[in-house]
Ligand binder design. Structure first.
Ligand SMILES: Cc1cc2nc3c(=O)[nH]c(=O)nc-3n(C[C@H](O)[C@H](O)[C@H](O)COP(=O)(O)O)c2cc1C
Length: 208
């Protein structure tokens, strides 16, 4: 059985819309496939470090120092979590038109040549095939349609990063207009939960 990897990246706790939605998704997944092993990674409360001069060689080079070996070990651990997962659920709030830096830092640790992608004569090739990703976004404004769409650097960016490591089965569920007041927030959460219930019907086949 493959795992369900659950990744949070909101810096908010109780009031976080994306955290509400990810718990809804986990509940639905466990209803559909009760034996699913859930592995959690909370980047909002337990971030991976940013790449710096002190640790970069651990991820994109040859580690030599203690910090570089620590970065290599963390990168190995995060990649192992990804490999073991059949389905990955990512909660991604929109921060400054893109993803939180905690999520960006996680990608810095899992995009590794020879591990999750490789360079071939035909160009880069993603190595994590056959996985399914559900991305739950929470956004203060509206970006899925209208004038805001041009400022959506979140969905295309995530699609590209995931595609780069070979993951192309990606479903986005957006909770938008969170900043438009309590009614709009409640409606966005309700709409996203309906969509989660629909998507979760396939969990019994993909998570098990
Ligand atoms: C640092 C920060 C930056 C934000 N930037 C944007 C933004 O660019 N566009 C937007 O629509 N909402 C923005 N918001 C609002 C959040 O997307 C919204 O509150 C969302 O619900 C946050 O997710 P969460 O509830 O899971 O924490 C921002 C919020 C924070 C805290």
């Amino acid at each position: 059985m493959s795992n369900l990897l659950v990744i949070n990246s909101s810096a908010n706790t109780g009031a976080s819309v994306s955290r509400i939605l990810i718990e809804e998704t986990v509940s639905r997944a466990l209803e559909a496939a009760p034996n699913t092993a859930v592995v959690r990674r909370d980047l909002g409360s337990n971030p991976v470090p940013h790449l710096t001069t002190a640790n970069l060689a651990g991820v994109r080079g040859t580690p030599a120092t203690e910090e570089e070996f620590a970065a290599r070990a963390l990168s190995d651990e995060l990649i192992a979590e990804l490999r073991a997962a059949g389905t990955i659920v990512i909660a991604a709030p929109m921060y400054n038109f893109s993803v939180p830096t905690s999520l960006r830092a996680w990608f810095d640790f899992v995009l590794r040549a020879g591990e999750t992608f490789r360079y071939s004569e035909a160009g880069p090739e993603g190595l994590l095939k056959g996985k399914k990703v559900i991305v739950l976004t929470s956004r203060g404004g509206l970006y899925s349609e209208g004038p805001g769409a041009a400022a959506d650097f979140q969905e295309p960016y995530l699609r590209h990063l995931l595609g780069f490591i070979g993951i192309t089965d990606v479903t986005f569920i957006h909770a938008e207009k969170i900043g438009y007041g309590p009614e709009a927030r409640d409606a966005a959460i309700a709409g996203a939960k309906t969509e989660i219930a629909r998507v979760a019907r396939s969990f019994s086949t993909v998570a098990a």
